[in-house]
Design a protein around this ligand. Structure first.
Ligand code: GAR
Length: 197
């Protein structure tokens, strides 16, 4: 069966990208990564892509006058490769409805909490974990979900629960959540490739 063609969009460390790269090494995995795009030139994820022999591009949002121009450049880069699914993996830009509507049900994201809790605009990266700690919640989690114009409100594909421990810091909680993201992101991509969502 033909593999699902992925584009992975990143902004930082790219550990979720690495989880997808590792999953794709299995010849039986039903997806392949055709390109990686970072909106930041200094993302460590770019090194991970290069090491894996995957074409890697920088589309730096700072080089463009506004969101529209940035997304036109993103779209131009994506159009150079076959892409069935865009995987946001620590991509820290909000995409406009115009862009998202060009890829209906074809953009997914990993969010470091159990949606619908601790989601929405402004809830990204360490802000999420800080909010969880501030709320004294006993549980957090990780969610892989479809991207729709309403931030973090698209259908959840796969979720995992993660305990919050009494002496947790943002760093220890983030690391525990990331471990689960690394498991469920490749599983969610497999579910989509096998039409099980
Ligand atoms: C991940 O925890 C991901 O859920 C989060 O950023 C981290 C990126 O790590 N993304 C968001 O908060 C987006 N709303 P990584 O670069 O090592 O994959």
């Amino acid at each position: 069966m033909a593999k699902l063609n992925l584009a992975v969009l990143i902004s930082g460390s790219g550990s979720n990208l690495q989880a997808l790269i590792d999953a794709c090494k299995d010849p039986d995995y039903p997806a392949q990564i055709n390109l990686v795009i970072s909106n930041r030139p200094d993302s460590y994820g770019l090194e991970r892509a290069k090491k894996a022999g995957i074409p890697a591009f920088v589309v730096d949002h700072k080089d463009y006058a506004g969101r529209g121009a940035f997304e036109t450049a993103l779209q131009a880069t994506l159009s150079e490769y076959p892409v069935d699914l865009i995987c946001l993996a620590g991509f820290m830009r909000i995409l406009t409805a115009d862009f998202i509507n060009q890829w209906p049900n074809k953009i997914i994201n990993t969010h470091p909490a159990k949606l619908p809790d601790f989601g929405g605009e402004g809830m990204y990266g360490e802000h999420v974990h800080q909010a969880v700690l501030d709320s004294n919640a006993e549980m957090s989690g990780a969610s892989i979900h479809y991207v729709i114009p309403e931030v973090d409100q698209g259908k959840v594909i796969k979720q995992e629960t993660v305990p919050v421990l009494p002496d947790d810091t943002v760093e220890t909680l983030a690391a525990r959540v990331l471990e689960q993201e690394h498991i469920i992101y490749p599983e969610a991509v497999r579910m989509i490739a096998e039409k099980r969502t």
